[in-house]
Design a protein around this ligand. Structure first.
Ligand code: ZN
Length: 266
């Protein structure tokens, strides 16, 4: 068994070698390496799609017909070669057109979440307005907006990517409490793709939205604000702080109800 597998992979290897030699001989090597102009422009193209056109890893992977891991390695510049065909396909990608004109707007989901995330880490609206060069009076509207202009979305993204927490442990204490009460999730709960995905939920535990997520919250005694002020049986809650985020609590209730149903034999 092993013998035949080896024989097969050996012949496949020889075929691959032949093919490489042939393409190298006609001046079109199968793969291109760092230093090769084609390799360098493909790397630059993928880099720009992410950092200039703000496409996510998943979006680039779809356009490039490559796995997300390859996109990640390309953007982090940790690769030194790629197939010539992949490089050529990268160069042929056309970034989706942005609506023209200064007033053109886009969905504000990611922008809202970014501002809320900064708020959740203690960067209050005064700080944000100053950093964005906006009027403080507009910040609340921006934080709850349905649509924003490209220009504003870009500015907010740049701030989100660059804001560093001061080392002072008490920084923004009050702001962070307000954020928890409003259900604002910090940056650690999002990645480039989920923050754009309207159906995604913030990931506090990595397993949020499941019963396991609830257990992880409980282990950390991670308390979240519950706006309704009633418990899962509809009784008024005296304490407004409960364990876990809302999707985790819902998942736990579902799982418990399912177990009760089984026991009741229904
Ligand atoms: Zn959760």
């Amino acid at each position: 068994m092993t013998g035949t597998t080896n024989a097969r992979s050996c012949s496949a290897h020889r075929m691959h070698q032949k093919k490489s030699e042939y393409f190298a001989a006609i001046g079109q090597p199968i793969s291109v390496r760092s230093g090769d102009p084609l390799f360098e422009s493909a790397m630059r193209k993928i880099h720009d799609l992410h950092f200039v056109h703000h496409l996510t890893y998943v979006e680039i992977a779809t356009l490039w017909l490559m796995p997300e891991t390859s996109v990640g390695r390309t953007i982090r510049q940790t690769r030194t070669r790629m197939y010539r065909s992949d490089a050529l396909r990268a160069l042929a990608i056309r970034p989706p057109e942005r609506p023209a004109g200064l007033g053109a707007t886009i969905d504000a989901t990611a922008t809202r979440r970014r501002l809320q995330a900064l708020f959740a880490e203690g960067f209050d609206t005064t700080w944000q307005a100053l950093a964005l060069g906006l009027d403080r009076a507009n910040m609340h509207r921006l934080m709850t907006a349905e649509h924003v202009t490209w220009k504003t979305a870009d500015k907010v993204k740049a701030l989100y990517d660059s804001a560093r927490m001061p080392s002072d442990g008490r920084f923004g204490n009050r702001t962070r409490i307000i954020a928890r009460r409003n259900g604002y999730a910090p940056r650690a709960c999002w990645d480039d793709d989920s923050i754009n995905d309207a159906s995604a939920i913030p990931q506090y535990t990595g397993q949020c939205g499941t019963e396991n997520g609830y257990k992880l919250h409980a282990r950390e005694n991670d308390k979240h604000y519950k706006p309704e002020g009633i418990d899962n049986l509809g009784r008024p809650l005296t304490a407004q702080w409960v364990i876990g985020c809302a999707p985790c609590r819902a998942a736990r209730m579902d799982a418990r109800n399912a177990r009760l149903d089984i026991r009741a034999g229904s």
